[in-house]
Design a protein around this ligand. Structure first.
Ligand code: ATP
Length: 235
């Protein structure tokens, strides 16, 4: 049911010590929807994903997932409820093998379609390299491991922070080509992406953040370049 909201934030504020990073974000994600978050460096995109996943504290009622108030919950509890993050910078255990990193994402109580076999079918290079230390892989291959580790928890909502960071265009294409396979079973996605046209292409709706506030929200196909540059830079 496309109209069912699986995730919402209501007046979400977030702080680092005394410094406020998010100033009242209202956001909604529907089941099976892909939503992009765009915005300049420091706009608060990563902080928003961290507040959704318990890595940055939030008031309980400010984040609702499947009808439950989860703001400020323990990150592990949020994964067990079905929301997983592909963090900025991949964050793998470099000395552990590809397969060990993937298995680290497996979450008791969350069976589902995503298994090692299915991941290896989607990213065959990971099967070839499954016994290699993940630190020996290319940046794109490490990103595949990071995505795979999150998928191993069989999330209902997958949050991706700057998948394309530091990768060559051809590698970015290869990573984004996997999105249809990832969403095939109805998973919902939130994608933080610096490349605006890529973000527009892969999403149904987008939010632009500017200095911790939503400066634009709309249909990804309908928003204009002018609206986006105004929302991005506050011109
Ligand atoms: P980027 O694309 O650079 O990751 P972003 O849109 O994800 O940018 P955030 O990383 O969420 O932005 O940063 C939002 C604001 O919070 C910025 O002003 C940043 O300096 C601040 N900030 C982020 N992380 C911390 C931290 N650990 N401690 C203090 N301030 C932080």
């Amino acid at each position: 049911n496309m109209s069912e909201q699986i995730l919402q934030t209501q007046n979400l504020q977030a702080f680092y010590g005394d410094a406020q990073a998010l100033f009242g974000i209202h956001f909604a994600l529907h089941r099976s929807e892909v939503v992009a978050i765009i915005g300049a460096n420091g706009a608060g995109k990563s902080t928003f994903l961290k507040a959704l996943t318990g890595l940055v504290k939030a008031p309980a009622d400010a984040v609702r997932f499947k009808g439950q108030a989860i703001g400020g919950a323990h990150p592990g509890d949020i994964v067990r409820q079905g929301m997983a993050l592909v963090p900025e910078g991949r964050r793998l255990f470099a000395s552990l093998s590809v397969e060990e990193n993937l298995l680290m994402g497996a979450t008791p109580g969350r069976p589902g379609p995503w298994t090692l076999e299915r991941l290896y079918a989607m990213f065959p290079v990971l099967k070839e390299k499954r016994r290699n230390p993940s630190g020996a892989l290319s940046g794109g291959q490490q990103q595949m491991v990071s995505i795979g580790r999150a998928l191993m928890s069989n999330p209902e909502v997958l949050l991706c922070d700057e998948l394309s960071l530091g990768l060559a265009p051809v590698v970015i294409q290869e990573i984004y080509a996997a999105l249809p396979a990832i969403t095939a079973d109805g998973m919902s996605l939130v994608i933080v992406e610096q490349d605006v046209s890529l973000a527009q292409r892969v999403s149904q709706r987008l939010y632009c953040l500017q200095e911790g506030r939503v400066s634009l929200e709309g249909d990804s196909q309908a928003v204009t370049r002018e609206q986006i540059s105004q929302a991005y830079f506050g011109l």
